[in-house]
Design a protein around this ligand. Structure first.
Ligand code: HEC
Length: 117
């Protein structure tokens, strides 16, 4: 079924899933989120939208940052000190895993939404 919009979860460099590869527009917005973060902005409030033209087709695009918050379980699987079982399982499932070594407060990635107008 064709639903007219797509949605995915992405991250810039430190991906786990191969499906999480951002496109050029998404890289631009992720870079913007990283810059805002460096200036002290709260990742939980970061979002960005724009109507872009592609081949004469107007598309609405929206992204919302996914932050690693205090007290959330994210670092059990994306942090620096992983439990041995988790480490082993991730190694089996994602041999090219780069989504580790994150710290609390970082922008882990973003939710990305796209709809042709
Ligand atoms: C139990 C382990 C586990 C926990 C806890 C966890 N993740 Fe993940 N995360 C994964 C796995 C596995 C994937 C790859 C999923 C796939 O194959 O699509 C992933 C993928 C992602 C992605 C997509 C980009 C990429 O690297 O593939 C983001 C963004 C993400 N996680 C953010 C978070 C955040 C934020 C939290 C905490 C709120 C969190 N995760 C908690 C295991 C975990």
């Amino acid at each position: 079924m064709k639903v007219g919009f797509t949605q995915k979860t992405i991250a810039k460099n430190l991906n786990r899933s191969a499906d999480a590869q951002p496109d050029a527009w998404e890289i631009k917005v992720l870079t913007r989120f990283d810059q805002q973060r460096a200036q002290g902005a709260d990742p939980a409030k970061m979002e960005y939208s724009e109507v872009v033209e592609h081949g004469g087709q107007a598309t609405f695009r929206y992204m919302k940052a996914i932050a690693i918050g205090e007290g959330q379980p994210c670092l059990h699987c994306h942090g620096t000190k992983l439990n041995e079982d988790v480490k082993q399982r991730l190694g089996e499932l994602y041999p090219h895993d780069k989504a580790i070594g994150y710290k609390v407060g970082q922008v882990r990635g973003a939710f990305s939404f796209k709809k042709h107008l």
